[in-house]
Design a protein around this ligand. Sequence first.
Ligand code: F6P
Length: 318
Amino acid sequence: MKKVAVLTSGGDAPGMNAAIRAVVRTGIYRNMLVYGVNHGFEGLIAGQFTKMSLGSVADIIHRGGTVLKTSRSRTFMTDNGCQKAFENLHSKGIENLVVIGGNGSIKGAYEFSKSGINTVAIPATIDNDIVYTRSIGFDTAINTALEAINRIRDTATSHGRIFIIEVMGRDCGEIALSAGVAGGAESILIPEIEPDLHQVIEKIEMGIERGKLHSIIIVAEGVYPVMELRDFIQEHTGHETRVSILGHMQRGGMPTAVDRILASCMGKAAIDYIADGGSNVMLSGYDIKVRPIPLQEVIHGSKTLELDLFEIARILAR
Ligand code: F6P
């Protein structure tokens, strides 16, 4: 009987639970013994394994967060940490590991695969910054951000105010760009493009000239200090400007159908791949068609943002 362990690692993302469920249920379907590891790589080092059954993943497909819990483990990145994790798996006869997480976790998975444990990664992060794939959690996060933008738009139009909305995304503008286009933002500031503050002012003034007093500016975290941006806008336009930082609310909540379906397909594919004797890959896909890519290729690749969307936003926001 093949044995496989599954863990979630790094920042949680909506849809992780659907992926865990798919791994556990497909594993059992394919006659494997499946273990859940608590608290990500930390739990691997501490030996926190639980044997999973069909019932252990009942009633979780619709829940945000991760029932296995997660961590950003520094210890795992050390030789000792990695060695301890290997010993824990080895002593239980577990030769396969499924890691559900973002870029940091995939790097961890790649390093760990060198120890001899067959490691399969499933991309999950709201940032959508993993190369060759859509990430589980991104669709939910942009819809959450969009809902917030819609609500802020109501009050912005009522008061004729300018709003700066900061969204998450670490070093990547995917959330800002997608939520900004879908939310009809006047300006979108992302890390991939040098911010042009004078263009932001121009856009606001164009609106004011035709009688539109409100404006929505979406800023990806870290691109520009939002309080300074507020002062700059108020100074240059004389218009009341408010700031709203969405923060971690973008990480929680019920996953969308898109994220649940992607997670289900990837979770199943991970187990099918292991069952067929495959090793050391990340599952990649944008919908139900999922394919394996060698971990080595993934960690050496880098994602490029679809800048056509930026051009669309620039033309439409008037
Ligand atoms: O990677 C997901 C993410 O939410 C990023 O968008 C953000 O920069 C980071 O995690 C926040 O990390 P933490 O949960 O450690 O505050």
